[in-house]
Design a protein around this ligand. Sequence first.
Ligand code: AHM
Ligand code: MG
Length: 331
Amino acid sequence: MQENLAAPVGTALDRFIHQKQEQFPFATGELSQLLRDIALAGKIVNREINRAGLINITGAYGAQNIQGEEQQKLDVIANVRFIRALRNGGEVCGIISEEEDELIDTGKPEGKYVVAIDPLDGSSNIDVNVSIGTIFSVYRRVSEQGTPVEARDVLQIGHKQVAAGYLLYGSSTMLVYTTGYGVHGFTYEPSLGEFFLSNPNMQIPATSNIYSCNEGNARDFPAEITAYLDFCKDQKYSARYIGSLVADFHRNLLKGGIYLYPSTKKAPNGKLRLMYECNALAYIVEQAGGKATDGKRRILDIPPTELHQRCPLYIGSTEMVERVEGFLKNA
Ligand code: AHM
Ligand code: MG
């Protein structure tokens, strides 16, 4: 079904979700509420990120002392905020998080959904004031409602996602999500405390001249990938690599481009995690007309076997991803 292009830019997230209720699978309201819960936690995390520099200066800001809280690392704070929001919301029976070894039972067996989340992605950029993000996937549970969450509820194949999205804490803060009816981007207006629709129906260009890759690892990449990187240079493509997946992905979504995190000798399955990094962005990119593979398989068709499973990732503009697949054919 095609998104209604008449939706005015500037619509607040809540209103948009309300208007598009029929685009939320199962349309009973729980999934819309879940997305609102994530947006709320995102606003809180955004606030923590924005004052991160200040809370390090003893006495200058005060909030830390008044509340008597020990300062915690931002990724731990983000993890707590998102889990708390999802638990309090009641729609989610289980969560997997990059920050937690085990599956979290929220204690809400009536919840129909499970969430896989990377609460704050881009660890190397968290403390240095460079863009970072939150990535999330939502699945409908497969075990019976009213019973405790099970591993099979969260270990679902990517194409079963019912919603996915990310928050980007960048020069502005954005929430981008899909429920399978296109990709919509919202920009946070801090003075109003609201996300407003700024990028309806996002589509990734079919090709472009941007490639994003940590070429410092190139000596350890498969030979086919180094050959592809040579091709990029022959074509005089621009190298753009922030080192925060959400930020690199978001730029490429808007401008076109490819993000690569190949396997290396040390890490044959790459670095990125299938369940809370690759799947969500793969669902979004496909909804935006792009492509995501591990070089051989569609990311959304990779059967998960463990919570923190890794996989190589080639994601972005369709023609560019297909060219990499062409290089890898003989691997
Ligand atoms: P993290 O989950 O520890 O933050 O790792 C994921 C991040 C991605 O955001 C980013 O694209 C990638 O790791 C960068 O890795 P590298 O520093 O190896 O280039
Ligand atoms: Mg991460």
